[in-house]
Design a protein around this ligand. Structure first.
Ligand code: 6PG
Length: 247
């Protein structure tokens, strides 16, 4: 069974504690290798954390010129669409930090199809990181959320994406709107050196308990793929989401 760190935090302290952990982790990587490849989670949970990163005192604690930002996934909508994960990050982080444009590596959702977008992201990541395949890819820090159905990023239960072994990024179909999505593939995500799951709220308690108990298959609960992670996995959860976890 994959070992993981579990940090249970009170709701009020959740965003500041996780924001500080992310700052420390980014700076450790920058000290080690000069640049940090950070994958941002989608959804709403991380918004409060991104806001804290973009404000004093934390905004001055990271040299963002030494951070490349990637997205775990996005909805296949225009970048100014209210559902866009890019838009959420722009409004909560990018608008306030000083980061070179070339370090902001988001899905391009202007292609006619999500498949074209995923293929382009696959190629762009290969070129930027100077790698030839997903096997060579290992993001330094990947932030992830989980959905009530056990999805993570835009890897949904029983999705074809679960079978993807070659691509870095894929088109995906969500059971809830917006249905058209683009996502990093399981290998691209779970080869990361550090994975931080960020889970908050009582509505995640049941699925979180199932994931950590190992209920269901990887197809049924894609977030269980953390068990295949090659790097370190840390679950940052608030005490509401932790309610059902076996003590
Ligand atoms: C997305 C995500 C998705 C998200 C979870 C949790 O685009 O929605 O990447 O995996 O992280 O659904 O979403 P919330 O944080 O909004 O609960």
């Amino acid at each position: 069974m994959k070992k993981y760190n579990l940090e249970v935090i009170t709701p009020i302290k959740f965003a500041p504690v996780v924001a500080d952990e992310i700052v420390a982790a980014i700076n450790d990587v920058i000290e080690e290798k000069g640049i940090c490849n950070l994958v941002l989670a989608g959804g709403k949970t991380p918004a409060g954390i991104y806001r804290l990163l973009s404000k004093p005192p934390r905004i001055s604690q990271v040299d963002w010129s030494k951070v490349r930002l990637f997205w775990s996934d996005d909805r296949y909508v225009p970048k100014d669409d209210v559902a866009s994960n890019y838009k959420l990050v722009r409004e909560t982080l990018l608008d306030d930090i000083i980061i070179p444009a070339e370090n902001v590596i988001a899905f391009d959702t202007s292609f006619a199809t999500s498949q074209e977008s995923a293929n382009e992201y696959h190629n762009r990541i290969k070129n930027i990181l100077k790698i030839t395949s997903v096997q060579d890819l290992s993001f330094d820090i990947t932030l992830l959320g989980i959905g009530g159905d056990g999805h993570t990023a835009s890897i949904f239960p029983n999705s074809m994406v679960l079978k993807e072994n070659v691509k870095i990024a894929c088109a995906s179909i969500s059971p809830v709107a917006p249905i058209d999505r683009v996502t990093l593939s399981p290998k691209a995500i779970f080869n990361s050196r550090n994975i931080y799951f960020i889970v908050k709220g009582e509505n995640k308690a049941k699925i979180l308990d199932s994931i950590l108990k190992g209920d269901g298959s990887f197809d049924e609960i894609p977030a269980r793929l953390y068990e295949s992670a090659t790097g370190k996995v840390t679950w940052f959860i608030d005490s509401e989401a932790a309610k059902l976890i076996q003590k």
